[in-house]
Ligand binder design. Structure first.
Ligand code: HEM
Length: 503
């Protein structure tokens, strides 16, 4: 029977062809081989389970785990992704950086998203290694220096923005966090824009950044930028801000950005636009997660008065014991040790990171091989398959964290000290909190990020009385699931007022 004989109406030919294509796709789709994990193909050619996964990855993965156990492979948008759900098995993925590669995948995604040529291009020998080497400027002594600069820049901004708040001022919380953290991070990393309207230039870059960032989940999902409205134009404008002729005018930038600049200058085949695109990518990495994470830390503190009181007590105590005064001059100084010893602040921050982070740790199998796991378990993987850890499941596991949906600001404190032992089924976990990724793909800015967020909260609570300005629930917006810190689904008003210097 030819297609014309099918009762399909005027579009019968096309419908029959589509049906035929679908049948071929279904017949040709991957079949599970011996030793491989259970396979979930889905019925939609190419997409597989992409729609369900994108709708709510967390729920989708939990549902599959209930049905199939701790290891399974899912067909998602043309890729086969094997999820390792048992946190005791994480280590076997994380330490196998030879067969399970990360950089090639990250390089492809980042170069496309931020519009620079891939680092792996033979025209740029050792560029990736050279860039990785300078992450040392985000650790040890250089970390102390850059953190000090951040503290000073944060205080400048608080003084400029808020020091007139002798009576209650109301602002939107996300907008506030974004404005303060963006400017402070920008000036700390890239320097001050010395023109009379320098602040305005940075706020223009911030506004474009927000527009670009809104398209980030689509770019990460491989949607062509041409389909994303003005995103391509905005990205180009953003990159242009980072051309050498602009950057050389900025004053007092960081060692890490200077070192990146020096490296790029050694590569003659890297164009001016490409270098600028690299700088823009680094800016995105440095604020894209820090801003929403700061928002959640502040939001949860304000929603929980007992947490706010405990953290503020700790801050006041530190100021008092170090003879420092909060006040109109805004020149508080915190050593690394002092920042490190703020156990309540750190615990509250970790607790909000536990609740709002959703990054998927991806590795790519370099060959067909058998991944050895704990207790003589093993699993066959094919070359090119993705292997994924999804720590949000661990963060929300009631066996690890009692009442996981509840914010408990002191969850990471035990006997007045940092708590670092967490258990599942009576066994101690090596990994229990992973907002910054793992192993070879772990965030090189994690120490700076923690310091920045602590300093923001420290200054806010030291100088101001702060409270929520409206009574509405803010929820996680799931559109970035798997990509880092989730954004809030709405902004919320808060009020602040300078604290009296007497109490
Ligand atoms: C709360 C704040 C932050 C979070 C949650 C976070 C999280 C992450 C995660 C999960 C990754 C790995 C991505 C992957 O596996 O594909 C990553 C990579 C990265 N992060 Fe962060 N990050 C934060 C702040 C920062 C800051 C402040 C900086 C720099 C100043 C930074 C610089 C980077 C860079 C450069 C990479 C890519 C590393 C590479 O070349 O492989 N991050 N971050």
């Amino acid at each position: 029977m030819g297609p014309e004989a099918l009762p399909l109406g005027p579009y019968g030919g096309a419908a029959a062809a589509a049906l035929l294509l679908w049948v071929v796709c279904v017949l040709c789709r991957r079949k599970r081989k011996t030793g491989e994990p259970p396979l979930i193909n889905g019925w939609i050619p190419y997409l597989g389970k992409a729609l369900l996964f994108r709708k709510d990855a967390f729920k989708f993965l939990l549902d599959q785990q209930k049905k199939l156990g701790d290891i399974f492979t899912v067909h998602i948008a043309g890729r086969y992704i094997t999820f390792i759900m048992d946190p005791f098995q994480y280590v076997y993925v994380i330490r196998n950086s030879k067969q399970l590669e990360f950089h090639e995948f990250a390089d492809k995604m980042a170069s496309k998203t931020f519009d620079y040529p891939a680092l792996s291009n033979v025209k740029f020998p050792d560029l990736k290694e050279n860039l990785h080497r300078i992450y040392q400027y985000l650790q040890g002594k250089p970390l102390e220096i850059i953190s000090d600069h951040m503290m000073k820049n944060l205080q400048d901004i608080f003084e400029w923005k808020c020091s007139q708040a002798t009576d209650w001022e109301t602002e939107k919380m996300y907008k506030f966090c974004c404005s303060v953290m963006f400017e402070a991070s920008f000036v700390t990393l890239y320097g001050r824009v010395p023109a009379a309207d320098g602040r305005k230039v940075i706020s223009e870059i911030r506004d474009k950044f927000i527009k670009f960032d809104a398209s980030f989940p689509y770019l990460a999902a491989n949607i062509p930028i041409e389909l994303l409205g003005a995103t391509k134009k905005v990205r180009k404008e953003l990159i242009h801000h980072f051309l050498l002729q602009n950057m050389t005018k900025w004053l007092g930038g960081s060692k890490v950005v200077q070192a990146r600049q020096d490296i790029f200058e050694k590569y003659e085949l890297l164009g001016d636009y490409d270098k600028a695109a690299h700088h823009f990518a680094f800016l995105w990495a440095s604020v894209g997660n820090t801003i929403p994470a700061t928002f959640w830390a502040m939001y949860y503190l304000l929603r929980h008065p007992e947490a706010l009181a405990a953290v503020r007590d700790e801050i006041d105590h530190l100021l008092q014991s170090t003879g420092q005064k909060r006040g109109p001059t805004y020149n508080i100084h915190l050593t690394r040790e002092q920042l490190d010893n703020l156990v309540y602040l750190e615990s509250a921050l970790n607790e909000s990171l536990r609740m709002c982070s959703s990054s998927m740790n991806i590795r790519i199998s370099q060959e067909d091989f058998v991944l050895k796991l704990e207790g003589d378990q093993e699993v066959s993987l094919r070359k090119g398959d993705w292997i994924a850890l999804y720590p949000q499941i661990l963060h929300m596991d009631p066996e690890v964290y009692e009442d996981p949906k509840k914010y408990k600001f002191d969850r990471y404190i035990e006997n007045g000290k940092k708590k670092t032992t967490f258990y599942k089924a009576g066994r101690k976990l090596k990994y229990f909190l992973m907002p910054f990724g793992s192993g070879i793909s772990m965030c090189p800015g994690r120490f700076l990020a923690m310091n920045e967020m602590k300093m923001f909260l420290f200054l806010l609570l030291a100088h101001f009385d702060v409270e929520l300005g409206e009574n509405k629930a803010v929820r996680l917006d799931n559109s970035r699931m798997g990509l880092g810190i989730l954004l809030p689904d709405t902004d919320i008003a808060f009020r602040y007022k300078l604290r009296s210097l007497r109490n």
